[in-house]
Design a protein around this ligand. Structure first.
Ligand code: ZN
Length: 541
């Protein structure tokens, strides 16, 4: 009898131990929206139960040390390998003038073999005292032997040196492509600045990133993103090389951020998917979206506006295609099961996109407008009626507000970055960083969304403060709303049974009482699929 009991007990023990295998316990947390929960049990990357019996056997236990736990933050529009690429190229963000950039380039040429392309990004002439565009000549005196290309902060203008223009065969006979602009100097020679589609005239000559490059860039980018509490990204424009790199990382169990990928609009990138249909139900990689461009950006006056630019009345922006063109793309892709996400910044571009979606889009495909920065008041409601999602970036507003009034003029400012106008109508507004355009810190995004101020608190009361979000809305902007925009609202964006075990743990609760505290809040843990992918401190200490 005794032996039998022991046998039963042992068997019981083995069974329960086996059943508990693969389970993770998160303990000592304060979970957002769940005041009575202090621990969460996870299995197979999902939330299994709340406040389980701690005496269970767990494969791993994570002590959250009374941290404040939020649903894993999602960046609803960014460029994953682009961020990795940016981490590997010259960082010109925040450079105060042309001279500082020239000295950074000079240093780079000293460390680089002759003939190798030197690339950089992040300059913004709007931040300089002299706001005129720089020229090739500015770079030539430090870089005669190296082709140099430096992208503007928004990625919509390129500053090249003479060597790069020579390689690309640029002369005053070069024809401006549609949707692009070449700037000329006083002697009518290309000055070295190429805008929007004209950038391709130069970039086509830069050696292409290989799959190996993309793999390395993804690893660099995800390490940074995890340290900022990001567990998922919407990757706004991927090609076959990106996808191969992601698949390789997934195969090696090394991908630590979930990717909702938007395909580049190029035949070689979409062909396979149009034939084989969308990729869903894969916990780390979803491919069911096409990314296209309708216009440029505001900073380089490429955003297509209904009325001309206030600071350059001869210009009203660039359109990359007409309505019929977009309509036929939307029809083809929606019918094949793909969402269409169109870059639209100016009110004219946005109106054309809405028209095309209205004509040819299917509501259940949740088609999106990426950025949706300047929206005519008559068009706000159409997003609701047509089920169109505006994917917006709070930090674009706070980066652009010092000069947006010059571009747009007083009357149009109230149409700029209208998050609250959308949210009030119940339209989800997924937030993102557009990294590498902006630094991908969601806490900075949440701060910008609720204050419409820069980190110093300027302007007092917030810029166009009627469009500020509440704290709860701003949290939704980085959790629930992007989850909806990627058809994943039943998997992520909330802390709920059965949802992905993706969490962002902070050292303080988010509060709108003193918004600047949000900028001082630290991520202590980032958990993806029930595994810690970032921890701020060393457990052994
Ligand atoms: Zn983007």
């Amino acid at each position: 009898m005794f032996l039998f009991n022991r046998f039963v007990l042992t068997l019981f023990f083995i069974l329960t131990a086996t059943i508990s295998m693969g389970k993770t316990l998160l303990k000592n947390g304060r979970f957002y929206g769940l005041p009575n929960v202090s621990s969460v049990e996870c299995k197979d990357g999902r939330i299994l139960s709340f406040n389980p019996n701690h005496s269970n056997f767990y494969e791993s236990t994570i002590d959250l040390k009374n941290g404040w736990v939020y649903p894993g933050f999602i960046d609803g529009h960014m460029h994953l390998t682009g961020l990795g690429w940016a981490l590997e190229t010259l960082d010109l963000v925040g450079t105060p003038d042309k001279l500082s950039i020239i000295s950074i380039v000079k240093k780079a040429t000293l460390n680089s073999p002759k003939g190798r392309w030197i690339q950089g990004r992040g300059w913004d002439q709007n931040d300089w005292e002299n706001q005129t565009y720089p020229t090739a000549l500015d770079l030539d005196r430090v870089s005669a032997e190296h082709p140099v290309v430096l992208r503007r902060i928004d990625g919509h203008a390129l500053w090249a040196n003479t060597k790069a223009m020579k390689i690309a065969g640029i002369s005053n006979k070069t024809i401006e492509p549609d949707g692009g602009k070449i700037l000329y100097d006083k002697s009518n020679k290309p000055s070295g600045i190429f805008i929007d589609n004209a950038m391709d005239l130069i970039t086509a000559f830069i050696p292409k990133s290989t799959e190996e490059d993309k793999y390395r860039q993804t690893v660099k980018a995800q390490t940074l993103l995890n340290s900022l509490g990001i567990t998922s990204v919407h990757d706004a424009g991927v090609g076959v090389n990106d996808i191969s790199a992601y698949k390789k990382l997934i195969g090696e169990n090394l991908l630590t951020v979930r990717i909702f990928a938007m395909l580049n609009d190029s035949p070689e990138d979409v062909e396979f998917f149009l034939e084989n249909g969308p990729v869903t139900q894969k916990p780390f990689l979803t491919i069911r979206t096409l990314k296209v461009y309708m216009d440029g950006a505001l900073g380089s006056r490429g955003a297509a506006l209904l009325e001309p630019y206030s600071d350059d009345p001869k210009q009203s922006g660039l359109l990359f295609m007409d309505k019929n063109n977009l309509s036929s793309i939307v029809k083809k892709f929606n019918q094949a099961g793909f969402q269409v996400n169109t870059h639209g910044i100016g009110d004219k571009a946005i109106r054309i996109i809405l028209d095309a979606y209205e004509d040819s889009g299917e509501k259940e495909m949740r088609n999106r407008i990426e950025h949706a920065q300047i929206v005519h008041p008559n068009d706000i409601n159409r997003f609701k009626e047509l089920g169109i999602i505006p994917a917006m970036q709070a930090t674009h507003c706070t980066s652009d507000m010092p000069w947006a009034d010059e571009r747009l003029g007083e009357e149009r400012l109230s149409r700029a970055y209208p998050w609250q106008s959308f949210a009030q109508l119940g339209i989800p507004v997924p937030g993102g960083s557009d990294a590498p355009v902006e630094f991908p810190d969601p806490l900075v995004g949440i701060y910008a969304a609720i204050t419409r101020q820069d980190s110093s608190g300027w302007p007092e009361g917030g810029w166009q403060p009627q469009e500020r979000l509440t704290l709860e809305q701003a949290i939704h902007m980085y959790t629930l709303w992007p989850a909806y925009a990627s058809f994943e609202e039943n998997d992520k964006g909330k802390i709920e049974l059965g949802y992905f075990a993706d969490f962002t743990v902070l050292d303080k609760p988010l509060s709108d009482e003193n918004p600047k505290m949000i900028l001082k809040t630290k991520v202590t843990h980032t958990i993806v699929n029930g595994k810690v992918v970032y921890q701020a401190y060393d457990e052994s200490k």
